[in-house]
Write a protein that binds this ligand. Sequence first.
Ligand code: PLP
Length: 431
Amino acid sequence: MGTDSKNPETIALHAGWRSDESTTAVAVPIYQTTSYQFDSTEHAANLFGLAEMGNIYTRIMNPTNDVLEQRIAALEGGVAALSVASGQSASAMAVQNITRAGDNFVASTDLYGGTWNLFANTMKDMGIECRFVDPADPQAFANATDDRTRCYYAETLPNPKLKVFPIKEVAEIGRKLGVPLIMDNTAAPILCRPFDHGAAIVMYSTTKYIGGHGTSIGGMIVDGGNFDWEAHKERFPMLNEPDPSYHGAVWTEAVKPMGPVAYIIKARVTLLRDMGAAMSPFNAFQFIQGMETLPLRIRAHCENATAVAAYLSKHDKVAHVIHPSVMEGEDRRRADAVMSGGYGGLVGFDFGDGGKAAGQKFIDSLKLFYHVANIGDARSLAIHPATTTHSQLSAEEQLQTGVTDGYVRLSVGIEHIDDIIADLDQALAAV
Ligand code: PLP
């Protein structure tokens, strides 16, 4: 269905699907198949040669995943998307698609701990250097750029600091230098559309708000179709020079008839083909269900989180509350520049001198909140990052990412706000 000019609530329900052509089923079927019957040897050869688009093998495409990909691409205002097995594989592939051993890329220091580890250690072992810079100064991205810099990478609403990234400023710097900005928009779907502010690629851990019910792990890479890879031939040899893994295809030329999709097609037919981190069709189905109510849920998350931040700000055991709704100055300006409809469902707070003991006692006293390493579930969740999600980082790295000993992260759910606050209240009383 053509949903280009529709609103997010409508796109989330309709984009990419009307009904099943053979059965007229309205719900998107789970195409639980590994492979697809070719019409003829010529048809098969055309599909493999990219002369014709169509299904070959579920490691690289599947009709259920296709609906999810079209829906998320439409929601973001992108041209095409690629579903993968997890948010981690989405971050890895988004960078690897244009970056080789000997190259570098520049990333914000404000990143999810797993992404930090991937970039600082695993990518380093692969010969790819990640240069971390403080997003407080967008110019730091320009200063860290050289001829071998292939992309910039950041999170829209990074926890734990929850300081919204200056997407527009860094995208502009990148566009002048010929460097695309990749945004992890996991914590801010619907609230922010990074392509509207100049980003070239968006990625998601669909595990979080898009799934919304804590049932499935998945990731998504969305191509904005707005970056001119051919204008920067030397910076992007992987898109502009013959690819020996695909009978010498030059991606920017080979897929031109399909539109500005060189980046995302290459990711699908080479990286996903070779690394094999495919999303299962069953999980794609779960994410489609999640997406249908995403606009409603995200609004409820935002309203509850803003109320929680206001409640915690007044509590005498809490030293400091972190949520864009209680920020001022440049931090608030940056949030308002790219977010609309709310400031997200994540709230951080710090026990200050109470440190680790207070943080742990608080978590152990919660009754309604789940104590889990996840965000974006419809249920309220809490964790003490210093001893869990960020424990594999050094003390110095923890501080750089904004994790202190007394820091607690809440992913505020969509329960009734009175019940959420009552649980926080009794747990704070126990500290
Ligand atoms: N990006 C962000 C912002 C995350 O919070 C996470 C997971 O917590 C990831 C990426 C990785 O996603 P996944 O757990 O689906 O691999």
